[in-house]
Write a protein that binds this ligand. Structure first.
Ligand code: SIN
Ligand code: MN
Length: 265
């Protein structure tokens, strides 16, 4: 997947790019099945909502073969390398469950706010690139983005330790209102296999999910190798310390895994 000049210009102007069909139904079905099995496990890397429903599974690329392949997939790595012009390492890897009925809110925030304050990341030269594992609909808590908000740099934020089970540096209502007046809100929706990438300073959030439709999305946070984190405070399975450049797998590796290894399991 090579970005065109037009796509790169769109990314810099709007702060995000959405590709509705990147992974095949076979590839994404294998990932979705693995995600469900991961959420059934009890491990320290799996965080739950206050209700007990799964919220986030960290670092699955380190202990699960399918997500290991996704974490080195050229369809995700190459476009981000193209934007930053250098090799990347995995800063963070999360599968967010947004469970049916119980998936809780993600308050309005910028991810770089956390990477800077909690991890000591020098510049916003890390990118979230996400893969839809379920159909993302207007009704099941899609990710909402405020276009062009990344142009405001890193905004003042408060550390919210109360609202959900996940501590987050969140923005106040006046700031969000001002940014939305300028940029509006978009919520990309679509089939499993869609990919969304967005700037580390793009303001985003999502509402709770009270529908019977789960909304699993995997987020790779790819950091430029030269921008490695200097003063981490979070566990190394949340903010990784392996700064070695990612070497992508062949483009067909995940499809091959889904058709052979997984089918045989
Ligand atoms: C995030 O902002 O890190 C996750 C939001 C979501 O999955 O809805
Ligand atoms: Mn975020």
């Amino acid at each position: 997947m090579k970005l065109t000049e037009e796509q790169i210009a769109h990314f810099h102007r709007e702060g995000f790019l959405f590709f509705p069909e990147v992974f095949t139904p076979t590839e994404v079905a294998a990932l979705a099945a693995e995600a469900v099995a991961i959420f059934d496990q009890e491990r320290k890397e799996i965080w739950r909502e206050k209700s007990g429903a799964p919220r986030t599974a960290f670092a699955a690329h380190t202990y699960n073969e399918a997500f290991g392949l996704l974490g080195r997939h050229p369809r995700l790595i190459r476009p981000v390398e193209q934007i930053f012009g250098e090799a990347l390492y995995m800063h963070q890897f999360k599968i967010n469950a947004k469970a049916a009925f119980d998936g809780d809110v993600w308050q309005w925030h910028q991810d770089y706010g956390t990477w800077l304050r909690d991890d000591g990341m020098p510049e916003p030269r890390a990118m979230n690139i996400s893969v839809f594992l379920d159909t993302v609909m207007p009704i099941n808590g899609p990710l909402m983005l405020i276009p062009r908000s990344h142009r405001h740099g890193t905004l003042a934020a408060g550390h919210d330790l109360e609202t959900t089970s996940y501590p987050l540096w969140t923005l106040d209502k006046a700031t969000v209102t001002r940014l939305v007046d300028e940029g509006g809100i978009v919520a990309p929706t679509g089939k499993p296999g869609g990919v969304l990438m967005f700037h580390g300073n793009l303001v985003h959030g999502s509402a709770g999910n009270i529908t019977p439709y789960p909304r699993k999305i995997v987020y790779l946070t790819l950091n430029a190798v030269s921008n490695f984190i200097r003063t981490p405070t979070r566990a190394d399975w949340i903010a990784h310390r392996d700064f070695a450049p990612i070497v992508p797998v062949p483009d067909e590796a995940l499809e091959h895994y889904a058709r052979t290894r997984r089918a045989a399991a």
